[in-house]
Design a protein. Sequence first.
Lengths: 411, 265
Amino acid sequence: MDYAINEMEQEVLNTTRELAQKKLKPLRAEMDAKETFSKEMYEEYRKSGMFGLWLPEEYGGLGGGITCLAMAFEELSRACAGLALTPGTSALGAIPMFLAATKEQREKWCPDLASGKKLWAFALTEPEAGSDATALKTTALKDGDFYVVNGTKHFISTGKEADFYTVAVNTNPARGPRGISLLVIEKGTPGFSFGKKEEKMGIRSNPTYELIFENVRVPKENLLGSEGRGLLYLQETLDYSRPGVAAQAVGIAQGALDTTIPYLRTRKQFGQPIITFQALGHKVAELAAKTEAGRAMVYNLTHRMDTEFLPAVKNALANGTPVHDELKKLKGERWTKYSAEAKLFCSNVAMEVADECVTLCGGIAYMRDFPLEKYMRDAKITQIYEGTTHIQKNEILTALIKEYAAKGDEE
Amino acid sequence: MHIVACVKQTPKSDNVKIDPATGCLIRSGTESAMNPFDEFALEEAVTLKEQVGGKVSVITMGPPQAEAVLRDSIARGADEVFQLGDRAFAGSDTWSTSYALSKGIEKINSLSHVDLIICGKQTNDSDTGHIGPQISAWLNIPNAAFVKKVVRVNEKSMVVERLTEDGSEVVELTYPCVLSVVKEINKPRVRSVKGRLLAKRAPVTVWTADDVAADKTMLGINNCPTRVVKSFVPKREVNATVVEGANGKEKAAKLVELLKENKYI
């Protein structure tokens, strides 16, 4: 079912579906096999306006919200979850900037972000700080008008290709987690280099790199928000970005079904199309129902989010204030639990659907020539990045305990 | 740089049905779209605009429903669109059509100076490939047909590579000039979300023959020099005889008999 509730969202669906058919599908197998970034696809995304969907028109964006972003990510991932990450990770890298940035910072960075002239990436994970983000060791110590950054990030999506990296650093190691801050570091800054390129199971057309910072001098104007509030911005970012991963997971599940159902209808064994064997047909029905449940979960959430996000953005532009401050003024919902629930559910659905689809189609689906095994490899990442399945459960549980503690013990 | 792209609404080429009795295109009920070759013309215009700045205007001649192809042009990156819509234009051949378009382009030029005109190499419904070169003749400006690459854009001229029967040649044209382009020149983009939204609201300027100061004695089915006497698909005649036989030797013997019978040998 399409969840577009306005003309803009419908056109996002129309555009991304056309992109998927005309541009992504002819390219996906080759880029997956070569494990390389597609500059050609980057250019196509730029021309069709995929980088500014969620950004205000004042900066050259479309003026859509979290729903537009999620819808695009679903439809693109339905064709290729790897190539979909070019606009996907640019949004992820830029969301913390957009939330915490001052008016001046927004005006400096948003136009090139919206046009796609500059790509953004998000750098949180470190060799010893994965699920435990508070353990990060990259430091950024103040030296006059600069921060001097030292440390290593790894598993960074769209690494090397991105121009700007939103990097989680510790500006006051003595304060531990309360010293965590976010810095925007531009590629080409002396001392900032790229280490190992990872070889991956799935999403192979998106390059994953290690980032190395050796005495990198970053101007203090590149600090997002205030020092020590990094974890807060990170949580807010993940609240908005996890529905995106959930949407991607729904897209992967749908894409796997799109490949599987026509095959089951035409493949004959024992004298009949194998979809007419009830054991197989009923499995397909279950998978389709779960996929639809995931989709409902995602867009229910993003539409609710947009009722706060869009007014906050409007107010931030009118008042020249950070979006984060305007969100706080609106005293809206905390989305953490719902975002985690959507990601938990949808990523599990994606993995289950892709896995079962391979089983349903049988031998052919195990072959690289058939566009199905890739969905199974790509689906796995949705259970891992932006917080593993277990971390999502922690988020949900923490929120539930707080909720019930606040209610007291009454039934 | 102000670029004018010429487009035409034609039957959608991925689903054209032929009447088996008459061998003619079934036009009624078929979906219309932008002539596929014009997509390359418009894409090149928009790409050049992005590279050197300026604007893209699009002109079409056609009935009221041809407005759709102009809205589609907005979605593909055009800035302003113009329709030559008048009963007087109906049934025009390429001579009359190119005359009308050249008058329309003169009118656009009077509003804002035109540097470059780009057409697709031909349409998918009549296939003549006349329009681009004919427009340049009416306007008395340089023309390059079958352009596959824009090599360089200079201040007063441009260098393009055009396909010839036995290869290609590189030519330089001074502005204003006319190009007609082949599909090798680019890969048309997917229409942007913003473009699709703009397309629904953009104003379409409609001009009559009088608006563009076109001489009505040169327009329409009764005034154009071309007379369509008959439209038909050439009959393909096959008069083959299949020689049957148990093996090659037997078939060869029968074939020789047949050739002798018909006095070929």
